[in-house]
Write a protein that binds this ligand. Structure first.
Ligand code: 5GP
Ligand code: ZN
Length: 114
């Protein structure tokens, strides 16, 4: 699974992508099919599939992802108007890539979820 994962390939430079931010917990790219003027993906460096496998040891990874998300929201100029953070988990949520990621959506009025 991990060998086939597009986000692992981007992390390792096997697939080219503009990496906007990288630190010891995560990296950030623009979504290839943006649903809003700002649509970023905050991706943990560790290949991680299901939230049910989270342990207290993942606290640094999750914290790093949220810090990166809010820093990127400031950098992209959407922090004042507002933005949305989304994690799609599993089939019912429509998850396409089985590597945990946080969507950062902003730059327009977002509609209600569901
Ligand atoms: P999910 O539905 O799994 O929460 O979101 C996966 C997201 O990854 C989708 O919004 C999709 O457009 C994006 N995506 C899939 N493949 C690539 C890729 O190769 N590059 C980038 N930048 N985004 C991708
Ligand atoms: Zn992966």
């Amino acid at each position: 699974m991990a060998e086939q994962c597009i986000f692992c390939k981007i992390r390792d430079g096997q697939v080219k992508s503009n990496i906007l931010h990288r630190d010891d917990t995560c990296f950030v790219i623009r979504d290839i099919a943006p649903k809003a003027p700002v649509h970023l993906l905050v991706i943990p460096n560790e290949h991680f599939t299901v939230l049910t496998s989270l342990t207290p040891g993942h606290a640094k990874m999750l914290g790093g992802m949220f810090i990166a998300a809010q820093q990127m929201a400031v950098r992209e100029g959407v922090d004042k108007a507002g933005y949305r953070l989304v994690i799609n988990q599993g089939d019912h949520a429509g998850q396409q890539v089985p590597h945990l990621h946080l969507h950062v959506l902003g730059g327009r009025q977002l509609t209600a979820m569901g």
